[in-house]
Ligand binder design. Structure first.
Ligand SMILES: [Zn+2]
Length: 535
């Protein structure tokens, strides 16, 4: 395959060598594994070859490395400009910080998405009612479980002809959730016992103030105390209420080094007994502690009929770094991409308010546990909605099948990517090591853990060029196991061409992760260009 030019006329991939194309079925991976330790020599350098790895590191530092590339960036994308208050991206990313902080659980993420869409005229439609949609309509479909949501901007033409412009991301993050009977006592304390969701980095949850958020459910009862049943469905009526106690109500203490001298060398954390949070102190105090918690929540925990309550880091995300170029906080995976898709949609709606093609943003719960839930990416939720929209679109002619839409659809699966780590550079294949704030990332995996193909990667690169955004590549070291995401699942459910992309971040699945502000702004631009059809 021919190499691409090092930069596009519109600024894409500025300052970087052309992306090396994948060379499947070669021994390259093995060779990389053998020489990975010399990470400082990752890029061509004009200086004379250093005599040692240390020399190479100094040479790279003296040359500026990433800073040199940053200087070549358009001024509106530099962290320094953000510091000076002159960066148009700054307000947007500060908006992400607000969005993230207000979304401690998938329930809240969905509610935040709905609120944001409503500011642009999107209106909620019930999944259980007919889809009598109109071209130009802006619709929101929340799954009945409240943890997944689909936004639709209906195009003038039938999806049967145009396909959908589809972006997917996920609303859940690894976290700790209360067990069904969570209150316990130990060592003079009242504990909230937990179970874990997803592959969280357990130690990151220790010694950190924790807040409580989620949904609480109550059975609606008749005057005689019996449960009320729905007149038509015949089901008991249960209400849902979102709660977010944004206060440090608990902590999971680590063990002192004096009591565990080997903890810096070893130290597995058994989630059965290790990850329970201290809610209060005092023997025999669970009732009083629960009452106090109930009062703060505004919900009687003793009388709850059901709950989905999460312990979440009590931490407002912040812009960090002397140039404010980093965003440090929980749940970047994957709320950073939920937000980017949302803002991309808003950008496109403002730019092209009456599109020909229907725009779709689908935000799924349960990616961290495999997506096999009623509203996860492996469910029928998205497919059902898309088929119904294509069938009911006024421009769909008699004799046309709604499934025709999938043949023309392109899906961008947006989930975070592993950034090259400054203290552990050996963990990346040096040819596929995305840098923070150096561009959005295409992720590929020959074992199909990502849905990216050569064609879909090229399509995404074209969007990046149209948006003036730089693009980087990620392929995991061939001696490590690759993670996955909703991309392959959505692709399989719909049979649509899909690319897996993301923004680089450090410490994925930690209670506190770090990503780059410039990359988020770039992803908004790229997804906006996708939705706008290149306009
Ligand atoms: Zn993710």
């Amino acid at each position: 395959m021919p190499e691409r030019p090092p930069s596009s006329p519109r600024g894409g991939r500025s300052g970087r060598p052309a992306r090396p194309r994948p060379a499947p079925s070669t021994a390259a991976g093995t060779a990389e594994a053998a020489d990975h330790a010399d990470a400082a020599s990752e890029a061509p350098r004009p200086l004379p070859p250093p005599s040692s790895a240390l020399g190479a590191a100094f040479a790279a530092a003296l040359q500026g490395g990433p800073e040199r590339a940053a200087a070549a960036r358009p001024p509106l994308r530099s962290g320094a400009a953000a510091l000076a208050g002159a960066d148009a991206g700054r307000d947007r990313v500060d908006g992400y910080v607000d969005f993230l902080h207000a979304a401690p659980t998938p329930f809240h993420a969905v509610a935040g998405v709905v609120r944001r869409l409503q500011t642009a005229g999107f209106v909620e439609r019930a999944l259980g009612a007919p889809f009598d949609i109109e071209p130009g309509e802006r619709a929101i479909v929340v799954h009945p479980d409240g943890r997944s949501v689909i936004a639709l901007h209906i195009g003038e033409r039938s999806p049967v002809e145009t396909g959908y412009a589809l972006v997917g991301a996920h609303t859940d993050s690894p976290d700790l959730r209360l067990r069904l009977n969570p209150v316990a006592q130990s060592a003079g304390t009242v504990l909230l016992t937990t179970q874990f969701h997803g592959g969280l980095i357990r130690r990151s949850w220790l010694d950190r103030p924790l807040a409580l958020a989620g949904a609480v459910h109550q059975i609606v009862r008749l005057r005689n105390g019996q449960p009320a049943f729905h007149a038509i469905t015949g089901q008991p009526i249960v209400t849902r209420r979102l709660v977010h106690l944004d206060a440090p109500i608990g902590v999971i203490p680590d063990i002192a080094i004096h009591l565990d001298r080997e903890k810096n060398e070893k130290g597995p954390i058994n989630p059965q007994g290790w990850l329970n949070a201290v809610l209060a102190t005092g023997e025999g105090e669970p009732d009083r502690a629960l009452s106090a918690l109930s009062e703060r929540l505004g919900v009687s925990l003793e009388r709850l009929d059901g709950f989905d309550l999460h312990l979440v880091p009590w931490q407002r995300p912040v812009r960090a770094g002397i140039d404010r170029s980093l965003v440090v906080g929980p749940r970047h995976d994957d709320l950073a991409m939920v937000w980017s898709a949302l803002e991309g949609m808003m950008t496109a709606v403002a730019r092209v308010p009456n599109p020909l093609r229907t725009r779709v943003a689908a935000f799924f719960d349960a990616e961290e546990t495999g997506s096999l839930t009623s509203s996860g990416a492996a469910s029928s939720f998205l497919r059902d909605v898309l088929v119904r929209v294509a069938r009911r679109h006024p421009a769909t002619a008699a004799g046309q099948d709604p499934e025709q839409a999938f043949a023309h659809t392109f899906c961008i699966s947006a989930d975070m990517a592993h950034a090259w780590h400054p203290n552990h550079p050996e963990l990346h294949d040096k040819q596929h090591a995305p840098r923070i704030n150096q561009g959005v990332v295409v992720k590929a995996n020959a074992a199909d853990r990502y849905a990216t193909s050569g064609e879909t990667a090229a399509t995404f690169v074209a969007l990046c060029e149209a948006a003036g955004a730089r693009v980087q590549d990620f392929v995991i070291r061939q001696d490590l196991v690759c993670g996955s995401t909703i991309g392959p699942i959505t692709a399989a459910q719909l049979g649509v061409r899909t690319v897996d992309v993301g923004c680089p971040q450090w410490a994925m699945h930690s209670a506190c992760e770090t990503c780059g502000a410039d990359d988020l702004a770039a992803m908004v631009d790229v997804l906006g260009a996708f939705y706008a059809g290149g306009a």
